[in-house]
Design a protein around this ligand. Structure first.
Ligand SMILES: NC(=O)C1=CN([C@@H]2O[C@H](COP(=O)(O)OP(=O)(O)OC[C@H]3O[C@@H](n4cnc5c(N)ncnc54)[C@H](O)[C@@H]3O)[C@@H](O)[C@H]2O)C=CC1
Ligand SMILES: O=C(O)/C=C/C=C(\O)C(=O)O
Length: 486
């Protein structure tokens, strides 16, 4: 069984306490890793290594030198592509083709893209008048914020972690990463890459453990952590924000969602169905940008429900390396219990179960895994729990609508505001609606098309701040103004 250690000051270490926890495979519930759990001592050591690195060689590097090192990280991830694919598949149980075509290449791109951003960003300059007529010149400097605490979820672990570590390092910060207890492997493997490439010791540190009263809380409460970037549940974000208030530390939050998808009768029907089969079921519905509320214009409602039902019933369950499989398990038994509790709740609330609603019959070698059926409901009021609360599973409720105003009101009637996907051939209507729906990201006639230079984040309870391209610099650097009297 794999032994997963912390990565502190360039060394792989166990916790002094010797405490470990088991990581189970989502596929069959077998124990696949024994993970060392960090106590306060390991977190102190990681934060102290990160601070020392800031004051050492790393802090003295010029932008060009940092950029070259980050290109090196991207190239080394690509060289060890198969190791990353294997580690991520092992943690999440998701199909190999998704790892190979989306999550791992994107992890490498996160280092390359932000190296390019920092290399090319201009600084502001404002010449100003002065009473003596000689004037003054203002210009801005960007300085790293310091030690960044990076707290990550399990649903796309490598991609979401590097989406933070890439820009943090590009800006000259150092990091202490706390991966999810459900996905410890790729963050650890990245430590090997950092050493191979020659990233100075202490720049990238990883501590494993849980949230409250464990590594997550110790990192976010640590007074020497200067800022915290977090992706995860809104409730956890609230706890982290309270921790960050001590010492007035900055936060960047990517939180939960209950995203609406909207289909007008004039949409390209087949393309829309194909896209919703991804936005509802990809990664077994464990995508923060995924769609759990679908609104379909009444003339095509019944046809759309039947078409998405056919897609749900066509998924192929199986192991990640099964070439015929395109659908994996949920991350854990605990998460499956949460998703199944919503499946039961939908029935109690009076839903029509169009398809799914339970656990599939799996072959004996996979029977103990965290499998659930893709599920579609209709017939619920907007106030129903499964229409309002984030489930983070392969399921959606579909309801009909009759007018633009009605569907905008429904899309906005949620505490969340992460993303929406909108399908129509009437582009004037699409632009109008994009401005009215209160979310951070709107896709028109598409879903999950990601350009890493664009702002990414949510409104309302889906997040605080934006990351991506130059927007990441707002969080990962401190901007200083220098005013020179001429
Ligand atoms: N908006 C976005 O970009 C994204 C949001 N998410 C959200 O993430 C959630 C699923 O991920 P989970 O890992 O279940 O989220 P989670 O909030 O349970 O855990 C995320 C991380 O926070 C740590 N943590 C938990 N409690 C903590 C505490 N009190 N202090 C410090 N750290 C703590 C966990 O150990 C883990 O590393 C969903 O709600 C999903 O919507 C996921 C991906 C992207
Ligand atoms: O592309 C991104 O930066 C974020 C994507 C988010 C997910 O993949 C997710 O939450 O699963």
């Amino acid at each position: 069984m794999r032994q997963i250690k912390h990565f502190i000051a360039g060394e792989f270490t166990d916790a002094a306490s010797g405490v470990r926890f088991n990581k189970h495979s989502p596929l069959d519930n077998s124990v696949i890793c024994s993970v060392s759990e960090a106590g306060r001592g390991e977190v102190d050591a990681a934060v102290s290594a990160a601070r020392t690195a800031l004051q050492g060689e790393w802090g003295r590097l010029g932008t060009e030198q940092r950029v070259e090192l980050l290109y090196g990280v991207a190239n080394e991830i690509t060289r060890r592509f198969d190791d990353f694919v294997e580690a991520e598949m092992s943690d999440t149980g998701q199909p190999e083709h998704v790892m190979k075509h989306v999550f791992i290449p994107r992890g490498a791109a996160n280092f390359k893209v932000f190296a390019d951003v920092i290399k090319n960003v201009a600084s502001e300059a404002f010449p100003m008048d002065t009473p003596d007529g000689r004037g003054a010149l203002n210009y801005t400097l960007r300085r790293p914020k310091g030690v960044i605490g990076v707290v990550c979820p399990w649903n796309a672990p490598f991609m979401l972690m590097t989406w933070k570590v890439g820009p943090a390092l590009a800006c000259g910060n150092t990091v202490v990463v706390k991966p999810s207890e459900e996905s410890p492997q790729t963050a650890t493997l990245l430590g090997e890459v950092m050493n191979t490439v020659g990233i100075p010791k202490g720049v990238y540190n990883v501590v494993h453990g849980f949230g409250p009263d464990s590594a997550g809380e110790f990192v976010t409460r640590h007074p020497q952590v200067d800022a915290i970037t977090f992706t995860g549940e809104t409730r956890t974000g609230t706890a982290i924000m309270k921790a960050a208030a001590e010492g007035m530390r900055d936060v960047s939050f990517e939180l939960g969602g209950k995203n609406a998808g909207i289909v007008f009768a004039d949409a390209d029907f087949d393309a829309a169905v194909e896209s919703f089969s991804r936005s509802v079921f990809l990664n077994t519905g464990q995508v923060c940008l995924g769609t759990e509320r679908v609104y379909v214009e009444r003339p095509i409602f019944a046809r759309f429900v039947q078409a998405l039902k056919a897609k749900a019933e066509a998924v192929k369950y199986g192991r990640p390396d099964d070439r015929h499989a395109n659908y994996g398990p949920l991350i854990s038994q605990e998460h499956r219990e949460k998703v199944l509790s919503y499946y039961r709740k939908a029935v109690e609330e009076g839903a029509t179960v169009v398809t799914g609603g339970g656990v599939p019959q799996m072959p004996s070698d996979l029977a103990a895994g965290a499998w659930v059926q893709p599920t579609i409901w209709t017939g619920l009021p907007e106030s129903a729990a499964v229409v309002q609360q984030e489930i983070f599973g392969p399921c959606c409720h579909i309801s009909p609508f009759d007018s633009e105003d009605e569907v905008v009101a429904k899309a906005n009637a949620t505490e969340y505001g992460l993303s929406t996907t909108l399908w129509t051939r009437d582009l004037a209507r699409a632009h109008r609606m994009a401005a009215r729906i209160d979310v951070g990201i709107t896709w028109i006639n598409s879903w999950f098309l990601r350009d890493l230079r664009t702002p990414f984040g949510g409104s309302k309870q889906s997040g605080i701040g934006r990351e991506g391209g130059v927007h990441s610099l707002e969080f990962y650097t401190e901007t200083r103004n220098v005013c020179v009297k001429l």
